[in-house]
Design a protein around this ligand. Structure first.
Ligand code: FES
Ligand code: FES
Length: 158
């Protein structure tokens, strides 16, 4: 089957029930999404599917042939981080970092549909993703920073 990830279409040969997370990590070498619970309960595996945040550990690839999947790798690189990644770095919004990719993708989904979220809207949007290190306040701060930076960039771009 064909799977479109970060704008690239891949031919993959896997059991249709294989969870997207396994295909990303094992077949496509995209390791940002993490395996936490495998049960749709922690958010470590969050990716965007057609701009909506989804748990890739419980999403079988068979459902995704016509969808556009985005992983953290699409938001920037270590040497050229995107605005959301830059905001997480500036806010020091990670301790162990295991939740971070999922948090960023969940925040990206929010900022795509609501570029100026309130604190309550950020908290509500991020609720499905857990952080066992208690970095929540810094994550909140990072998403606020990212919203301001992205808004400023959009206004500067016309
Ligand atoms: S690993 Fe997918 S929700 Fe926990
Ligand atoms: S930074 Fe460790 S789980 Fe969130």
């Amino acid at each position: 089957m064909k799977l479109t990830v970060n704008g690239q279409t891949h031919d993959i040969d896997v059991d249709p029930d294989t969870p997207l997370l396994y295909v990303l990590r094992e077949d496509l070498g995209l390791n940002a999404a993490k395996y936490g619970c495998g049960l749709g309960q922690c958010g470590a595996c969050t990716v965007l599917i057609d701009n909506r945040a989804a748990f890739s550990c419980v999403t079988p690839v068979v459902a995704l042939e016509d969808k556009h999947i985005l992983t953290l790798e699409s938001l920037g690189t270590a040497t050229n981080p995107g605005p959301l990644q830059r905001a997480f770095i500036d806010a020091q919004a990670a301790q162990c970092g295991y939740c971070t990719a999922g948090m960023m993708l969940r925040a990206e989904a929010l900022l795509r549909r609501n570029p100026r979220p309130s604190d309550v809207e950020i908290r509500t949007a991020l609720q499905p993703n857990l952080c066992r290190c208690g970095t929540h306040m810094r994550i909140l701060s990072a998403v606020r920073r990212a919203a301001v930076a992205m808004q400023a960039a959009a206004e500067a771009g016309g």
